[in-house]
Design a protein around this ligand. Sequence first.
Ligand code: GMT
Length: 377
Amino acid sequence: MRQLKIGIVCYPTFGGSGVVATELGKALAEKGHEIHFITYSQPVRLGSLRKNVRYHEVNVSDYPLFLYPPYELVLASKMVDVALHEKLDLLHVHYAIPHASAAYMAKQILKANGHHLPFITTLHGTDITLLGRDASFEPVISFAINESDAVTAVSQSLKTDTYKLFGINKEIQVVPNFIEPQRISNEIKQALREEYVSEGNPMLIHISNFRPVKRVMDVMQVFAKVREQRNATLVLIGDGPERSKAEQYAREHQLQNVVFVGNVKNPMELLTAADVMLLPSESESFGLAALEAMACGVPVISSNAGGLPELNRHGVSGLMSDVGDVNEMAKQVLYLIESPDRLNKFKQQAKEQSESFNLQAVLPQYEAIYEHVLSHE
Ligand code: GMT
């Protein structure tokens, strides 16, 4: 395919949508496309400067009249500026709010000046399942999705939810999230593991933004039940609103071996040291953290919410149960860790299952969408 100039707009934070957008941009740049990230700070997974990648910062000035800084307008202006001066072929925006509506505005401004800039919107989950269903966002989201030149969702479940919750007349293509196997080290970080867990004992791991939707308190309750029978360790990666409640729970229940490490740029290192991942989310459009765990050979004990059943194969890459069923989840953890042979089998199977989400299969799907959009100008 021809080399394109692509503007990528995303949240540059630790959240899944930003991670997916950044890894996609890096992979496209490696294939020779020119990638322009347009974000309010440098995406955390971008790392050091690399070939074919540029970064354009969106700065909203502080003006006393602005109770709410008009980020969306500044973003749209930046999109116009980058599109004109870098001669972008298209924009790919990740997360509907406010990126899709800002892209629509940028497209209209450019059109008035005789330029055509198509935009692709990728829906990630909370933009639809939490924020989007809020009446204060709904009309804008529906409009921006319908006006996108192409729309993708990261799972079939998210596609179904989007049609259910919005008045969408646009085709939504499912393009799942992905993993790049070369990025995953098979080598267990023994020194890291020894820092957290003593010889022969299991290490459980949880990664999230600690928002209520992640049900971190379920993680704590599952771990408390597991601790009644096994000298396990729980490592929690990430930060967010429910962290102090979880820390409080650990103190009140005198739970030993719980480590809150906070946000880390490369969770893979700790993942390779872990035995079982816990992801009891209330809703999860895909579950990128679970895929990253599986790729590191860590089976996943998860809820069966949203797109998780499309990723975590029950009895193969891990086990699933209903949201909130902490007794069942604790039983499932114990079932995996009680037999080293069984645990090793699940570890192997988790890794194999992650291979169905190889970047090499997903990248051409996005490229085909770009080509399709450009050929219908
Ligand atoms: O809440 C999060 O997990 C962050 C959020 C985001 O937008 O950054 O994640 C959503 O997008 C990820 C990448 O596509 C998905 O893997 C997550 O499942 C999804 N989160 C939810 O649906 C809760």
